[in-house]
Design a protein around this ligand. Structure first.
Ligand SMILES: [Fe+2]
Length: 171
């Protein structure tokens, strides 16, 4: 899969202003239909896609190149309380991560952790802004909210998109 996509990414990058590649998170939409979308993300080392969700969507996620540090949470019953699902490094050697509306890490952050950052791919169904959900992505701030029963419980509060997150679309 990575070998198929790399020439496309290179072709799209040709002639593009890449001065700010080191800071921005680049996205490249490969396919967009009413049923699903396939998007490649290029994350420089240290760049972070903060905690966000894909409401009522399913997402297949896989690293194509480099490494990411993913942290993910599932709601504990209903928002805003959640429990950690995963906190670790993922590379192209790891299997596809499946996130469903009801679990699998519905709220997650992804940081570029490889020497040269990371490239990963998302298959998202249904896509953002499409029926039946017309959903947008929400960002979350995390605060510890441990209980005796759930010492790793957190509270995830909705927040505005962080201004330091710069997403650049490669058309
Ligand atoms: Fe995501």
């Amino acid at each position: 899969m990575a070998d198929d996509i790399e020439p496309i990414v290179k072709r799209r990058l040709q002639g593009a202003n890449t001065d700010h590649l080191s800071r921005a998170i680049y996205t490249l939409s490969l396919v967009e239909t009413r049923e699903y979308s396939v998007v490649v993300f290029m994350l420089p080392r240290g760049a972070v896609l903060p905690l966000h969700d894909h409401p009522n969507m399913s997402v297949l996620f896989r690293v194509l190149r480099g490494a990411v540090h993913m942290r993910s949470f599932d709601w504990l019953g209903a928002p805003p309380t959640a429990l950690p699902v995963f906190d670790g490094l993922l590379t192209a050697r790891d299997p596809v991560v499946t996130i469903r509306p009801e679990g699998g890490g519905v709220v997650h952050s992804i940081a570029g952790a490889g020497e040269e950052g990371a490239v990963f791919i998302d298959y998202i169904t249904p896509p953002y802004y499409m029926p039946p959900n017309y959903a947008d992505c929400t960002y979350y701030a995390e605060e510890a909210a441990p209980t005796e029963q759930h010492p790793r419980r957190v509270r995830l509060q909705r927040m505005n998109p962080p201004p330091e997150v710069r997403m650049e679309c490669l058309e």
